[in-house]
Design a protein around this ligand. Structure first.
Ligand code: Z5A
Length: 212
């Protein structure tokens, strides 16, 4: 049985269909005989899940500063990378991440307009040169994505940020993905079946080239 390892990340705005697509990616890799660990950010360890609750909470009685939000994202990421992702990769497993560092660039950098130097410093401190092996970005107009997300119930603190916030985040995603090696943009406004088909085709292509 072939065993290698790889860190695959699925990115996109809310309602883009990340959770839906991750199930298909896990099935694809399992059928290839790979062991797959799925993660989500913020979250994925007991402490990081507590941070997730904290960061999504509305905190109506006080303002959550940009810096606090950013630090919490990286605190959760540090816990996840050190305790789950790196050990899994060292065991020759595949890790499929529902969001990773690019989310901070899009949401805190683009959406909240945090200075890029601050983001880069935190990235360096937390991750060093650790990067995903393959990134799938599910691109969706924020109006459509939020409509899908709303269908699931109440919006959390970040989802309440307003349309312009998400438009800025989307623009950062699009610009960054273009310049990244091993990254692909998928049109997530299509039907679930079409999105899955595009994702699996891109994944198969990447996987075959990787296995050569
Ligand atoms: N955040 C941040 O600010 N900075 C960071 O560094 C990180 C995160 C890591 C995480 O919340 C929040 O944290 C997120 C970004 C921020 N906040 N916001 N806003 P989350 O994990 O709860 O939110 P999410 O990652 O955006 O998950 P999501 O809303 O569940 O989106 P999704 O996983 O992409 O979508 P889904 O669950 O697969 O689908 C949503 C619904 O749409 C569902 O009913 C599906 O059946 C439906 N769907 C999916 N695909 C389709 C298609 N193609 N057609 C029609 N309907 C569809």
């Amino acid at each position: 049985m072939l065993h290698s390892s790889g860190f695959i990340v699925v990115e996109g705005l809310e309602g883009a269909g990340k959770s839906t697509v991750i199930d298909a990616i896990r099935d694809f890799l399992s059928k290839k005989g790979q062991v797959v660990v799925c993660t989500r950010e913020p979250g994925g360890t007991p402490m990081a899940e507590a941070i997730r609750e904290c960061v999504k909470h509305p905190w109506a009685e006080e303002e959550v500063t940009q810096e606090t939000e950013l630090l919490l994202m990286y605190a959760a990421r540090s816990q996840l990378v050190q305790n789950v992702i790196k050990p899994a990769l060292a065991s020759n497993y595949y890790v499929v991440g529902d969001r990773h560092d690019l989310s901070s660039l899009a949401y805190q950098g683009g959406g909240r307009r945090v200075e890029l130097t601050k983001l880069h410093q935190l990235r360096q401190l937390t991750l060093g040169d650790f990067v995903p092996d393959f990134t799938l970005y599910l691109d969706i107009d924020p109006s459509l994505g939020l409509e899908r997300a709303r269908g699931r119930g109440e919006l959390d603190r970040i989802e309440m940020a307003g349309l312009d916030f998400f438009k800025r985040a989307r623009q950062v995603y699009i610009n960054t993905i273009r310049s990244m090696p091993n990254a692909i943009q998928i049109d997530a406004s299509q039907s679930v079946g079409e999105v899955k088909k595009d994702v699996l085709s891109a994944l198969d292509n990447w996987y075959q080239n990787r296995s050569l």
